[in-house]
Write a protein that binds this ligand. Sequence first.
Ligand code: 13P
Length: 258
Amino acid sequence: MKKKIWIGTNWKMTKTIAEGLDFTHELKKIAEAISPNIQLFIIPSHTSLFPIKEVISGSTIYLGAQNMHWEDSGAYTGEISPRMLDEIGIDMIELGHSERRQYYNETDEAINKKILAALEYSIKPLICIGENIEQKNNLISKETLSAQLKVCLKGLSKEQAKQVVIAYEPVWAIGEQGIPAEVEYVEEIHDFLRQTLIGLFDDTGMEIPVLYGGSVNHDNFLNYINLENVNGLFVGRAAWEIDSFQKILYQLESHLFD
Ligand code: 13P
């Protein structure tokens, strides 16, 4: 049985502060009712971080931000620094989501700098990787993912590697146009990612949680979570309404711990 399951949601650019607070008040009650072996996290927009932090303080829910710069301070209009996020007291930072790679040209090199900066502040990096449909069709998914992992994690010590969480999200599976991935494919890729992490960090590679994301929903989430090398789920649309997220969480709880 798995020691700990991670499950959380990236709200992307959807919720206002008021909407985020309503959701968070409800999630806090759910967090009290479910096993502490389920590590919940929410990743709101920057504007909501501070008010939501006030609500979830003292609960087991981790709070993450969706992006940050790697510098502490400077002439970078529109950016937010690790020092600023640390002041709010966030637990995690989501880095390298495919939408940031696609629309804002975020590179693995930039993500690597952000990871190292986050670790300086003991903010846990949640590092998103994934191949696009062309890469999958050209049968270079594994090469793509291996390169992403190697560059993103460059220069991390084993101690630092223990702090990161990886989210594998195939680009073609994400969002409204996304196609849910076959369970066999997810299994093959997660096994490969585990071997790649062991190649990079020896036994420490066994300890790094690797989550699956991309069109995770009520019908498929248990198939993914049953896989040996899937340590959690990163959910978008199916977790944006609290009732829908609650349904997944209670089902997960009874599946894993009853
Ligand atoms: P969907 O679950 O809506 O496909 O989004 C997944 C995602 O992008 C999580 O970061």
